[in-house]
Design a protein around this ligand. Sequence first.
Ligand code: TPP
Ligand code: MG
Length: 701
Amino acid sequence: MSEFRGYPADELVDDLRLALVSRAIDDREIAMQKQSRVYFQISGAGHEAVGLALARHLRAGYDWFFPYYRDQALVLGLGVTPTEVLLQAVGSAADPSSGGRQMPSHWGHAARQIVTQSSPTGSQCIPAVGCAEAGRYLVRRPHLTADRGASAAHGDELTYVSLGEGACSEGEFWESLNTACNLHLPMLYVVPDNGFAISVPVTDQAPAPVHELVRGYRGLEVHHLDGTDYFGVRDAAASIVAHIRAGVGPALIHADVVRPYSHSAADTQSKYRSVEELAEEARHDPIDRFARDLVEGGVLSEAEVGALRDAARQEVADAASAALAAPRPDPATIGDHLTALPALPDPGPPAVGTGADDDDADAVPLGEAIKRTLHEAMAADERIRVFGEDVADAREQVLAGVEGKGGVFGTTHGLQRAFGQARCFNTPLSEANIIGRAVGQGIRGLRPAPEIQFFDYIWPAMTQLRSEAATIRWRSNGTFSCPMVVRIPIGGYLTGGSIWHSQCGESIFAHIPGLSIAMPSRARDAAGLLRYAFRCEDPVLFLEHKHLLRQPSTVDPFPPEDWVLPFGIGDIRRPGDDVTIVTWGATVARSVDAAELVAEREGIEAEVLDLRTILPWDHDLVAASAARTSRVLVVHEDTLTAGFGAEVAAWVGEHCFADLDAPVRRIGAADTPVAYEPTLERAILPQVDDIAAALTDLAGW
Ligand SMILES: Cc1ncc(C[n+]2csc(CCOP(=O)(O)OP(=O)(O)O)c2C)c(N)n1
Ligand SMILES: [Mg+2]
């Protein structure tokens, strides 16, 4: 028989074969885990039919994929081999998805555009949105693919994302739907519903099935399917996928499936599911049903199904042997692929001058320097897109008659007017949405520049920053990266800023491998560092101190366009031989003032070092200064306990001990939030007098 139910018989047989291979991989991994040759296991059992039926409508290396860990059959359908799957399970260096860094079933395959997967349930949804919108942007700008290394885009490509019914309780799923529907993005959401999230039944997740819950999302095509029925899914998916490829908008498939195996190797489902329930579920196994359909339809005999099953087991056994024989990762490589910062020389001071110069017609404060640099960078590189809350100027229909908003601090003013709404646009009020979309766009080779309106409100984006953006290069063993320049107004000294508009907290991000963090204190450096940030292939947090945006202490001649300041190069803001102050951000000017005060009052000459970037930071500059002064004071605005000063102090203690004549001192904010009333704010944040007193004390040792 050459055809059955409208499909070529060889395709059907091949899909049954892949389903059996997928199940055989689960069984083999479980056995290998018992032998300690695999260190974790999570199965795709019960989800095979839906994955393979969908794979027939999807195109590896053309569409983009953000799968869930139970999508083993789907990725096999997309051409990932059993050996590749098992290379990850055994943790081999040859594992194409992570080189032994990620646990099994964390898919990733660059050539097939299967994007490296993380573990937080639901966090894949918003990057998938970013990927889809990047495709729309790139298909209109093919020169960015040809000349700038962005990924190729196709007018009818789609982005696949899947998640379990349990993960649908995560807010990021809903935040992603907002944008998928609002922008009519070509996205296929697949929710295989096996009734459980580990042991939690779906009835504990939500008041209604997900296909009912999403009804308010205008423009979302919603389907509820039996995910154990290969033919039903394959039939329905034809028109669903055609709808998406036609550009009409996103679709969601809610597919009922089963979970014949426990959640993972760490779970025993007989602890919370009855014998009868499990037996009933076994009767709905999608592979048995598929095989039965093919036998009843005369495509295969029972014996042929048996032979396919045996062959699948043998193929997987051979793949397991190959995986076990493959090379182990080298512990010396653990630090590879964290970031790949471009190597550029220290440019020294710019030719136009180095100090504050209010008379210079081209002298600008920090905020203006950032704004100008954004204009300059966007004019030079069409991959850059600026987005966030309030960053646009105004609706296009009123733009000609109004001044334009351009951010709550005016830093992005005029970008929409100059470059159009495709390049500078507002987002929903959702920080995870902002950063997650940047992740997806960065993966496609764009240079997203998302803005978080206030550092105080960055926390909803923490999963996207820490678990997605910062880990993508490392977890994919260098196969994927997600460049982005996240601009974030930060800090206090605002007189009235209070808890919710004064937070610092850069130390929290300094604890995240994979990020870079810049925190300039003057206009010149802001321009040079921002230019460098846009040359980076990895996520950068660009911290713009709110108090400094218009401060005279930050004013510099605007440096020429080729003055690019690499990260990790500190600056001597005031030379001195008696005490070294290590600082950054808003406490640089306060430290310089304190140094002047004690110089005049007591003849103590303090050297003030501005780190300018804290990840990476300039160890050499600090060590050289400490060797001369023998006394080190670290000053920062962030709260004292576990502030970044603790890191600097510990490093100096460890590496410069022989040079020191006094203990390393630290000054930071009181370990409290920042208060609203000005005398309270002053008492909480480090002041010039606090720094001066510490200098006097240190110089006396
Ligand atoms: C944010 C987050 N919380 C918790 C976990 C631990 N965890 C892993 S899988 C899982 C259940 C997911 O259930 P569901 O989405 O229904 O997918 P299924 O395993 O049933 O396919 C949980 C709680 C996680 N990985 N991420
Ligand atoms: Mg589930």
